[in-house]
Design a protein around this ligand. Sequence first.
Ligand code: ADP
Length: 399
Amino acid sequence: MQDAISVINAGSSSLKFSVFSEQAGTLRRVLAGSIKGLGVSPRFLVSDESGRTMETKDWPNDASLSHEDATRFLFEDIPTRLRDYRIQAVGHRVVHGGEHYVAPVRVDSDVLGKLEALIPLAPLHQPHNLAPIRMILSSAPDLPQVACFDTAFHHTQARVEQAFALPPSITAHGVRRYGFHGLSYQYIASVMAQRDKALAGRVVVLHLGNGASMCAIRGGSSVATTMSFTALDGLPMGTRCGALDPGVLLYLMEELKMDVGQVRNLLYHQSGLLGVSGISSDMRTLEASDAEGAKEAINLFTYSINRQLGALVATLGGLDAIVFTAGIGENSILVRDRVCRGAAWLGLELDEAANRDGASCISTAASKVQAWVIPTDEEVVIADHTRRNIADARLGSDT
Ligand code: ADP
């Protein structure tokens, strides 16, 4: 029997999972999959370590399958596929650790209560992240569970970077900039220094997926990031608005008579690429479209990235490299092309052929600032945190 670590990344309508085994100190993914379409028409897909699909299962039009049900299904299914492995712990992606949790934590019912208290800070993500934890805690209370936070990577930021210009009576409630996508940034930070020495210096990482943000990293630590109190701030995203004058909210409520629910729905679900284009939140669909709205949405997206890049370079006092990651960053030749051209003033010279061919380094040899494409892997970071956490706990109980 080999020990293995299971990782769960639960989003609003999906539950992604991976199982890692440790061999010679290295984590190896032995199983991966997802249940997508929760709340609509769920579909389970599982693939083996070579990425080959082993099985799919559908629950057609079954909106009643909850996150808890999906977790239960996985916990019955996974052991039947991994008879030579024993799951020794489960690591979870949890979007918000608040001010208190700046490192991964073993979850018991007390910690779960504290994480539930943070739901108002991330109402659309945190409840889904916590649902599998709660389910496993009640059905297998002795199985160690470790929560890994998207906010934690940013705790190295200076106080001034974390602050809003609000009075203490408000900031005392924890109203400050936190930042997200930290597990992705941590993964990129952990691999980039091995690639090139420029990547050990002043780097801006662009995590461009359905959710999108950018992070200024110096010597592997977060200096500044575009998301802040919630995952709404910064760049326009698939359906989220990104940075907005707070006065717009007052206008929506006072003049357009929108209530809180309508405003929330607008900002989270009806804005960004979808809102501007009126066509889709999906970059592939927009790139394939000739419609004016699609062009406008892509323009606003890449313009905002270049605008934020200027601000992040200021926080670093210069720039050695940028790194593209996540669905759009890893795959969109067009977006990378636009962003790199918009960064020519910084000394970045794009290697067009390298960008087109999907190379890892996409800047020319003469470029003063390098540009890289590095696929992210949040799950392996969670697995690594989880194995360290349980190893530390064992060490603690042995001494
Ligand atoms: P999530 O934040 O949900 O994890 P992903 O990182 O999977 O999102 O990114 C999804 C985005 O990546 C979508 O907008 C999708 O269109 C875009 N994307 C994926 N492949 C390509 C491609 N080949 N060209 C352009 N965009 C792509």
